[in-house]
Structures are given as C-alpha cells and as structure tokens.
Ligand binder design. Structure first.
Ligand code: BT5
Length: 258
C-alpha cells in the first residue's frame, strides 16, 4: 500500500472560525473520512481538510463523486453546531458556494433542492453533510464540498450530460485558490450569522430554483409527483399533489421537472 504523504498545513490568520487550520493532502480516499477521524480526536472547529485527489470521493447514499486530480476543489470542514442549527448547515454551505462562484466568475448559480449547485441547469457543485454522534450527543458535523473548477465532464460518461465546471461556464481558466478563499470567507460570515441566531433561510431561498416547478421526487422507495409550493425553514420540500394533498419531504432526489 502506498504510504500516505503528510499534508501541508496552511493558516488563515484573519479567520475567527473557518480555516484557522487548513490541512492540504496530495491524495486521500475521501476528505470526509479524514475530517471525521480528526473531529473524533478533538480537532478544532473550523478545520478544513482538502485533497488534491480523492480516490473514493462520495456523494449521498454511497454514490460516487468524480474529482480527478487538479480538476476540482474537494474539501471537508469540521463544524460543531447545536442540534437545532443542523437543518441550516446545508443552506449556509450551498449559499457560500453560490456566493464564491458569483464573486470569482460573475456567473449566477442556482440551487437545486436539496444540495446541488447548478450553472445553466448543470451541476457544478455538490454538498454532503455527515454528522458525528457520541451516543445521542452531536459531536460534529462534517460539511463536504466538491466544486468542479477545471473539470472536463465529457471525459466521464456517467456525468457528461449532467455536469459542468466553472471554466466551461466562464470560458476561461478559474483559480481554485480564488474560489477556495472566497468560499471560506462566505462560509465564515454565514456560520457566524447562524450561531448568532440570524435567519439564513431567507437569504438562501431566493436562489433555490426548485420552487414553483412541477417535479418528480424520489425518497427511499417512495416516488412522489407534484408542484413545489415552497421549502420550509427546516429545508423540507412542500409538495402539492395533483389530488390536492400536501406533502412535506425532508430528503429526496428531484429526478424530473415535468
Ligand atoms: C453530492 O452527492 O452531490 C455530494 C458530493 C460531495 C463531494 C464532496 S468532495 C469533498 C467531500 N469528500 C467526499 O468524499 N465527498 C465530499 P449526490 O447528491 O449524491 O450526488 C452524486 C451524483 O452527482 C452522482 O451520482 C453523479 O450523478 C453526480 N456527480 C458525480 N460527480 C460529479 C461531479 N464532479 N460533478 C457533477 N456531478 C457529479
């Protein structure tokens, strides 16, 4: 087995929480697992684990996340929120991705419920949040972010028709470092707001493209169709069925805009 190379340690001296410590690895199976391990060992809140290459990058439900070397930003952040802040973590993470893309490229991304960031209706970023519990106590939330920077999706048949990258949409090379810095700044601002009891939901909702569409949503074995009336402050989808019934869906895949 190849020996894992030690990370470079970077600092953001001006940071209060996010990125006071940044560990940059040339290659990891997944930044999620390294961040989880470190969170269990007591690593500070806000630590960022970045990998230039992930050999087993993952999405939700064990799906694969494609991120060949030097094509993407792949990182996980250790946060220690309270239980009642958890529903808004996905919101602050996706909003921070949106803001960083806007800042660096001038493009206007949208959010597809629950966790995709889109440009021109194609996925440019995905977010994965995994919680670490000790008994019933929340020890940490690991926020994983993948952003396609210079990725060429046409080389990967499984995502060729659904994915895009910042360089494709901006028609130029995009600096991963610029996106990273802007993302960490945005996340820090939003996380502080969340901790101070601010309302992130109202800022996030206008960027969600799924509201007002007629969709098919798959959640576990269940498949539901209907009109998306709204998304509530916990991030659940409010679906109006053709028979008039209203459904609240906590998680799921929007597979089709009918
Ligand atoms: C996600 O899952 O979108 C969450 C992805 C999180 C990735 C980050 S990278 C850093 C950290 N470490 C990890 O190991 N993971 C996190 P989900 O909603 O389940 O979407 C997965 C689906 O997105 C796949 O089944 C593909 O269809 C598609 N996909 C895979 N790679 C992609 C890419 N690079 N760009 C766009 N779509 C992709």
């Amino acid at each position: 087995m190849p020996k894992r190379r030690a990370p470079s340690i970077l600092k953001r001296p001006h940071a209060d929480i996010i990125g006071r410590t940044i560990l940059y690895y040339p290659s990891l199976p997944s930044t999620m697992d390294m961040a989880k391990k470190m969170a269990k060992e007591g690593m500070d809140e806000g630590a960022v684990i970045i990998a230039s290459e992930q050999t087993e990058g993952r999405g939700r439900l064990g799906r694969k996340w494609v991120a060949p070397p030097d094509s993407s930003l792949s990182l996980s952040i250790i946060l220690r929120p309270s239980m009642n802040q958890l529903p808004q973590l996905n919101m602050i993470a996706s909003l921070a991705v949106v803001r960083s893309i806007q800042n660096v490229t001038g493009l206007r991304p949208l959010i597809k419920w629950p966790n995709d960031v889109l440009l021109n209706s194609k996925k440019v970023s995905g977010i994965l949040i995994e919680n670490v519990f000790e008994g019933a106590k929340l020890r940490a939330a690991i926020v994983g972010i993948g952003i396609n920077i210079n990725l060429d999706p046409s080389s990967f048949p499984e995502i060729a028709s659904i994915a895009t990258s910042l360089s494709i949409e901006a028609h130029r090379d995009v600096s991963p470092h610029a996106v990273l810095t802007s993302f960490l700044d945005a996340l820090e601002e939003l996380y502080k707001e969340l901790r101070e009891g601010g309302n992130v939901y109202k800022k996030w909702l206008p960027f969600v493209e799924t509201v007002g569409k007629t969709v098919r949503v798959k959640s576990g074995e269940a498949v539901e169709e209907g009109y998306v009336e709204s998304i509530d402050a916990n991030g659940s989808l409010i679906l109006r069925k053709p028979d008039g019934r209203r459904l609240t869906m906590i998680a799921g895949e929007v597979t089709l805009h009918i």
